[in-house]
Design a protein. Structure first.
Length: 55
């Protein structure tokens, strides 16, 4: 199997846009804009956990 054929891992990041923080994933998922950076990180962790449980 070639590396490009392997399923992509879900890697999340948080970015800031003005007063808001957003969680984003390499799969294209984007969480809601949050004023709390901690809540945006929690959204990202929850997405990774959900993706891992369905794999």
């Amino acid at each position: 199997m070639h590396p490009q054929d392997a399923p992509s891992a879900h890697r999340t990041t948080t970015t800031e846009r003005g007063a808001f923080a957003l969680a984003r994933c390499t799969c294209g998922w984007t969480g809601p804009a949050r004023r709390s950076r901690e809540r945006a990180r929690t959204d990202a962790t929850a997405h990774e956990t959900a993706a891992a449980s369905t794999a």
